[in-house]
Design a protein around this ligand. Structure first.
Ligand SMILES: [Zn+2]
Length: 116
């Protein structure tokens, strides 16, 4: 496991998300695009606000997970599943570098009644 490469990848992704989130919130404040007096256009703008809100929320979620993954990298337990303690599959980490659980535990959670 090349932790340097993983860290670089997580940091890059974090930057990308942070700039996307700040662009989105700038749009939400309509800094460069005040709400139009035209009603139809207002409706369209409101709909796109909801989309931006959703992007923000999922970006925030991912950011939290990336922060946690960086902390696990520092602590040296990045590849250990937080649920069962077994090593997380390398292919899974390559696909989802901020995951904190192995495929088995992630699958069990999806089937279970609760979400993490
Ligand atoms: Zn597990």
């Amino acid at each position: 496991m090349d932790t340097q490469a993983v860290r670089a990848r997580l940091l890059r992704r974090r930057e990308e998300l942070q700039s996307r989130a700040s662009n989105a919130s700038a749009d939400l404040r309509h800094e460069s695009d005040p709400l139009s007096a035209d009603f139809a256009e207002q409706v369209t703008q409101r709909e796109s606000d909801e989309v931006l809100g959703a992007i923000n929320e999922s970006a925030r979620d991912e950011l939290r997970q990336i922060q946690a993954a960086l902390r696990r990298l520092d602590a040296g337990c990045y590849t250990a599943c937080v649920v069962c303690g077994e090593p997380i599959e390398e292919g899974r980490l390559a696909a989802v570098p901020y995951t904190d659980r192995c495929r088995k535990c992630a699958d069990g959670e999806r089937r279970g009644p609760r979400r993490a």
